[in-house]
Design a protein around this ligand. Structure first.
Ligand SMILES: Nc1ncnc2c1ncn2[C@@H]1O[C@H](COP(=O)(O)OP(=O)(O)O)[C@@H](O)[C@H]1O
Ligand SMILES: [Mg+2]
Length: 176
């Protein structure tokens, strides 16, 4: 995967598979600290200790048909290649928090890529899920909460053309 937005898309698919109905994507860029951090937090079924340990093994999956798998181990490798850190916190029945930190200036740090497109793809495919996206960069903050957009849209589905248009318009404010 050539950029982090594609890793994020893949990691969020795990949350969807884990029956989460609320998923947070938090990205924070701090130039002074030379740090890029990504958090993906869900309220899905979570993992017990054994599954959590196995989850980082590229040959473990709870899926019966593998699509393009290896999601967690690939993101973990991407952090290590950029002098970063990766961790999985999860509790059965509560949810999961994935942390991926990167040394921002590292030559092997993958670019963030088109995170807006990742958000749109996720909303189109999972209109029933509440998605919260927060992007901080050096004191600036952008956030998008599909619960607020759904409230504005009233009975219009969030994955309808006008719903997606509203999200695209809002995402323009994330021009950092
Ligand atoms: N957010 C999550 N909630 C619950 N289980 C998860 C979550 N993310 C990963 N897992 C578990 O870890 C396994 C490995 O995930 P991953 O590396 O993305 O590979 P794959 O999705 O192809 O199985 C999953 O099959 C699942 O059992
Ligand atoms: Mg996966």
């Amino acid at each position: 995967m050539k950029d982090l937005s594609l890793h994020i898309l893949d990691i969020v698919e795990n949350s969807v598979a884990a029956s989460a109905d609320k998923i947070e994507i938090r990205i924070s860029e701090d130039t002074k600290k030379d740090l890029l951090s990504v958090r993906i937090i869900d309220n899905g079924i979570g993992m017990d200790k054994e599954t959590r340990q196995k989850a980082l093994d590229p040959f473990y999956t709870s899926k019966t048909v593998r699509r393009f798998g290896f999601g967690l181990s690939l993101l973990s490798e991407a952090t290590k290649a950029a002098n970063g850190q990766f961790s999985v916190q999860s509790e059965k029945g509560k949810g999961t928090k994935i942390k991926a930190d990167f040394q921002s200036s590292h030559i092997d740090r993958k670019p963030l890529g088109d995170i807006g497109q990742t958000i749109i793809t996720l909303v189109m495919g999972n209109p029933e899920i509440d998605l919260i996206y927060v992007h901080k960069k050096n004191g600036h903050k952008y956030s998008l909460d599909t619960r607020k957009i759904k409230a504005q849209l009233k009975d219009v589905p969030i994955n309808s053309p006008s719903g997606i248009r509203m999200i695209r318009e809002d995402l323009k404010k994330d021009a950092i």
